[in-house]
Design a protein around this ligand. Structure first.
Ligand code: LLP
Length: 415
């Protein structure tokens, strides 16, 4: 991706030197390329240009208001999974009628608010939820547009923690039962059946599981039509992977090419819920070496931790790590670890790097599920976030202050 380049060995993001941004904003620091986000969104949009469609960006991947705002300006819709994400999207200028609401545990308050603002559809994950939505809609005198999230029982062939479309997973309604659940929905007051959706997992590197899930879903769409239930949209979820290491995930264009024949002569609007594929490659986590500790293993102890980027600790995920400069001294194999008191606090193992004390490191492909999964464990304030646009750098989230760590906590007596 052209958003990252090197000049005389120095890493740049768009027209800015990463070292200068680290100096200005401090580390650990999240940097995002505006061009990379827009390019990824447009590539998705263009791939489906010849069909009526809506990209509903999965907010969970990166929920920063500025990023939501720039996506809303491009015309994006949003896939949300909580009342908090709903308010973020509204705050950023997203349109309610472009929002789909997924998630297995929607509360009464969340459903009520979504009905009040008038979202595009609820992706319903169980019969109990269907009944709850019907009841609330009726009480409010509203009609809820609903789509059933079916669980197509396909193996997405990704990490088990981010696989969602197997019948053992908690997500969605068993596709074999879905016909009966649709029939039930059609009887319930306050509901308008508008769609069907599935999402089989994340960081998918193969297209077949998606094609498989779609063809199973289309067979259901046909059975529903025979029952007189005509759907307006099909939501094919998100999940396209990015190349963290040597994966070759399908592009949105390849996905579109693979599924369009299945969709020929079908009038439904196509919705999709990509998260990682829109923002993943656009983000860097910049961190500075605090200490180098050599011995039985060589460690570079850096100022970022699992609290800033959880993926390596949680999924044993591999993300590319490079020095921000051309490297200093002799390269060795380092474990790049953070200051948190957990053995799992690793950003990368055995990375061949030429480091000096204070070297800056960039962890690539950190735009999705990076800051979004950050925590304050060990009383660590969360990092700052900066959006780079050409040679401009916009702070889009200030580094947390220490005071913010205990905001809302209450002493038992004055200290
Ligand atoms: N739609 C639904 C209903 C989802 O549950 C998800 C992600 C998406 C869309 C977006 O998936 P994407 O296009 O980003 O793959 N924290 C994990 C990923 C968890 C994904 C959860 N659901 C990671 O860092 O790999």
């Amino acid at each position: 991706m052209m958003s990252f380049s090197r000049q005389q060995g120095e890493l740049n993001i768009e027209g800015c030197a990463v070292s200068a941004l680290a100096e200005r904003f401090g580390t650990p620091l999240y940097l995002y390329s505006r061009a990379a986000i827009e390019q990824a969104w447009r590539a998705y949009d263009a791939a489906f240009a010849d069909r009526e469609h809506l990209i509903c960006y999965a907010v969970k991947a990166n929920a920063n208001l500025a990023i939501l705002q720039l996506l809303a300006k491009l015309g994006s819709g949003f896939d949300i999974v909580s009342g908090g994400e709903l308010e973020r999207v509204l705050k950023a200028g997203g349109q309610p009628q472009k929002i789909v609401f997924s998630g297995v545990g929607k509360s009464r308050a969340e459903i009520t608010r979504a009905l009040e603002v008038g979202i595009l559809a609820f992706n319903v994950e169980s019969e109990a939820e269907l009944e709850r939505i019907s009841e609330i809609a009726q009480a409010l005198g509203k009609t809820a547009a609903i789509s059933l999230r079916v669980n197509p029982d396909v193996d997405a062939r990704t990490h088990p923690y981010i696989s969602t479309g197997l019948k053992d997973n908690k997500f969605g309604i068993d596709i074999h039962r879905a016909g009966a659940v649709y029939a039930h929905a059609a009887q319930l007051p306050g509901l308008n059946i508008t769609g069907l959706d599935f999402h089989i997992g994340s960081q998918l590197t193969e297209i077949e599981p998606l094609v498989d899930a779609l063809s199973r879903s289309l067979a259901l769409v046909d059975r529903l039509a025979e029952q007189g239930i005509i759907l307006e949209h099909l939501d094919i979820g998100g999940g396209l992977g990015i190349a963290y290491q040597d994966e070759t995930p399908p592009t949105p264009a390849a996905l579109a090419t693979a599924i369009k024949p299945l969709l020929a002569n079908r009038p439904q609007r196509i919705l999709m819920e990509p998260g990682r594929a829109i923002v993943g490659e656009a983000g860097l986590l910049v961190t500075q070496v605090e200490y180098i500790k050599t011995g039985h293993r060589d460690f570079a102890i850096v100022d970022a931790a699992m609290t800033d980027l959880l993926r390596p600790a949680l999924y044993d995920a591999w993300q590319r790590i490079e020095t921000v400069d051309a490297g200093q001294g002799e390269a060795r194999f380092y474990d790049i670890v953070g200051p948190v008191c957990e053995t799992a606090d690793v950003l990368g193992r055995e990375r061949h790097l030429a480091l000096a004390p204070h070297s800056l490191l960039a962890v690539f492909d950190a735009g999705a599920y990076g800051f979004a999964m950050a925590s304050q464990y060990n009383a660590r304030p969360r990092a700052a976030e900066v959006l780079v646009d050409g040679n401009q750098a916009h702070i889009i989230r200030h580094r947390e202050s220490l005071e913010s760590l205990w905001q809302g906590e209450v002493l038992l007596e004055p200290s």
